[in-house]
Ligand binder design. Sequence first.
Ligand code: HEC
Ligand code: HEC
Length: 213
Amino acid sequence: MLRKLGVWGAAVALALAPALAQAAIKGDPKAGQMKAAMCEGCHGPGGNSPVADFPRLAGQYEDYIAKQIHDFQKGLRNNNPTMAGMAATVASMQDAHDIGAYFQQQKMAKEPIAPVDQKKAAVGKRIYYEGIPEKDVYACVNCHGERGKGKAPHISVFPVIGGQHRDYIIKQLKDFREGTRANDPAGMMADVARKLSDAEMEAVAHYLSSLLP
Ligand code: HEC
Ligand code: HEC
């Protein structure tokens, strides 16, 4: 156990280095609102997208949003050509932070867009809080915080995932598992996702999509 914590400690320290560099730029939410108008066409008004393919951005950390825009631009996150095209229209990291600051200020909508299967959600809740010890799956809560609400804006390396769309979450977990999304610092998410079955991914996604404000 101690050895394990040591490994994760190192991973987290490694992960924080780029996050700190990103945090040097401060976004202006007012300027961001104007710059985000086109983004809201898919991500929804205030970042509350009504479509499963388009993730909710409402309440997500500014620095995490800016990191993802950066990663799409540089081809580090190459699991969606449509979004890569959109990221290319963001002219500077200042713009990315302004947009991120705007979305971080928005409140997540109270309704899931897809029905939650309570049985699956109960299985998912257990995985979320306890991991799967026999498969050496580290519990999600350790990184993503209580109810998937993240830890804090200055620890934006760990995104908010509570209340996110079920099918988007399943796609990300599969992309991490298959390596088609590989922009996670120190391979932290791939390490988790590679050990999850389709049914376990679905269960945890049902649980997470039910965690609304
Ligand atoms: C044509 C639709 C579309 C538009 C317009 C669009 N996006 Fe996206 N965006 C997507 C899709 C689809 C994804 C999910 C990609 C995937 O499957 O991983 C995404 C993902 C993202 C993510 C990653 C979120 C996460 O939780 O990891 C961010 C950040 C983002 N978009 C920001 C923006 C910004 C900023 C703009 C405006 C400049 C924008 N998007 C415009 C379709 C769009
Ligand atoms: C050791 C820390 C750690 C653990 C444990 C962990 N994650 Fe993550 N997760 C991360 C990091 C870091 C990212 C951000 C990757 C990036 O920067 O693009 C992430 C990203 C994600 C994303 C994509 C979010 C988005 O919108 O882009 C999902 C979904 C996710 N994790 C789900 C889970 C689930 C479900 C579990 C438990 C089964 C879990 N994570 C366990 C560290 C972790």
